[in-house]
Design a protein around this ligand. Structure first.
Ligand code: TRP
Length: 452
């Protein structure tokens, strides 16, 4: 792609669905439920929703405007808007974060391929919940199978990236996102009607406040694909007519809705079959096969169809997210180091395979190898979601609220005055004061930087 001839998304709906495709992924259906489970249910969700509204949406608008204004990869974007300043490190940190996230995200995305395979070969039929737990543990800690799936998933991502994504993402998102949505709704109904589901619903709705702010904030950034220039890169493909504020709201609403519904699938089901809500990353892989088996126990063919479809769609949702992560790093290497797009993509894929293998092995044979008490997989997750993304968000809000010329901000948000944006002043106020203060306070308090 030539530098001043950047591709555009074709339609308004395409913009929303491609951005929502980036946002909706394993973060919603895999990470959100287990973080909720680890942090006391309803309290976590309340703070999470607060973070989405107060931090997520304004920062998403800021990323959009930086991307669309500069029409460049995220590192170049800061160089263009703030030449010769240190702001370029915000973009570079984002590229690094994207690379790290992709490396461990692809491990979990690989697991979804194994589960498609299991479901399609009828491997779930007749298993008990104890068996689902032990077979997941066996699978995820084995040295070979997850690595093969991880490489396969990165190769699929690679293949789409080198083909050029715009048409592919936009078109497939238009089919996949609504289908995913319908299946999710059906599963919610199945899950809440399982015997003993009530305890799970209570867990979701009854708050129990503990130390949850950093995790909830990290999850909000992760789920919205924020803080590392992902949506900024996508926005560099937006057209002049795109309403940034409306797009941000649509993406935020879709993403939050999917996450909450995923909660209503997982917890009633988990409580119903006696699985602990704080089982961590394995949570959806041990509860969901159960939902399929139990909810359709009378009609095995339905259990079969729904499990195959669900994991296929989960893999697709993950794919639209891995593509967006891959694109950030590929666009950066391609444009900054004068590499061809193919070569840039090969470097990214190769690097992620390398790191991803270590992440995968850290759940099995390399369990003993830890840094700060965390294995590679958990370390990558912690450092990116709980440190780099909120830190990126802090920098983005300071950059847009304080550094960037007010005229630029105004002309991007209102499309040169042609849109009425009633919340304009509120957005600016949040970017200037509320977001930086809130993020800093959460950092100071929960990382133990200062003991209050
Ligand atoms: N938001 C995606 C999900 O929920 C993952 C993702 C894609 C992401 N791009 C990102 C996370 C950028 C953080 C930053 O699965």
């Amino acid at each position: 792609m030539a530098k001043n001839d950047r591709a555009n998304f074709g339609s308004k709906l395409g913009v929303i669905l491609a951005s929502a495709g980036s946002a909706v992924g394993l973060g919603n259906i895999w990470r959100f439920p287990y973080e909720t489970g680890n942090h006391g249910g309803a309290a976590f969700i309340l703070i999470y929703l607060g973070c989405i509204l107060l931090l997520g949406l304004p920062i998403m608008i800021a990323e959009f405007l930086i991307g669309r204004r500069s029409r460049a990869n995220t590192a170049r974007a800061y160089q263009k808007l703030a030449p010769g300043t240190h702001w370029r490190w915000v973009g570079r940190m984002g590229v690094l974060a994207g690379f790290l996230i992709l490396s461990y995200y692809a491990v979990v995305a690989g697991w979804t391929l194994e589960y498609i395979f299991e479901a399609a070969t009828n491997g779930f039929a007749g298993k008990t919940s104890g068996e689902f737990i032990s077979s997941f543990q066996q699978f995820s800690s084995s040295p070979w199978r997850p690595v093969v799936w991880l490489v396969a998933f990165l190769l699929i991502t690679h293949f789409i990236i080198v083909k050029g994504v715009e048409k592919g993402i936009e078109k497939s998102s238009k089919i996949m996102m609504p289908t995913l949505f319908i299946i999710i709704l059906i599963l919610v109904v199945c899950s809440v009607t399982l015997p003993g589901a009530g305890a799970g619903i209570e867990f979701l709705l009854k708050p129990d406040f503990r130390n949850v702010f950093l995790s909830a904030m990290g999850q909000a950034f992760f789920s919205l694909s924020l803080g590392m220039g992902c949506l900024c890169t996508y926005a560099s493909y937006f057209s002049k007519e795109t309403n940034l504020t409306k797009t941000a709201f649509s993406v935020g609403i879709i993403d939050t809705f999917v996450a909450i519904l995923a909660g209503f699938i997982i917890f009633p089901a988990a409580f119903s079959v006696g699985i602990q809500p704080d089982s961590g990353p394995s949570l959806i892989f041990i509860t969901l096969p159960n939902v399929f088996q139990q909810a359709f126990s009378g009609v095995p063919i339905l259990a079969y169809i729904f499990s195959v479809m669900f994991y296929a769609l989960l893999a697709m949702a993950a794919l639209t997210s891995t593509i967006s992560l891959h694109e950030v790093v590929t666009a950066y290497l391609h444009e900054e180091f004068n590499l061809s797009r193919g070569k840039a993509a090969r470097l990214v894929t190769g690097g992620c395979v390398f790191l991803g293998i270590f992440c995968s092995l850290s759940l099995g044979v390399m369990k003993g190898f830890t840094v700060f008490g965390l294995g590679m997989f958990d370390l990558f997750d912690f450092v990116t979601a709980k440190i780099m993304l909120p830190l990126g968000g802090l920098c983005i809000s300071l950059f847009t609220g304080w550094y960037l010329d007010k005229k630029i901000v105004w002309s991007e948000i209102t499309n040169d005055g042609s849109l009425k944006v009633p919340v304009y002043k509120l957005i600016i106020f949040i970017l200037k004061y509320i977001a930086p203060i809130a993020i800093s306070l959460i950092f100071i308090n929960e990382l133990g930087l200062i003991k209050l």
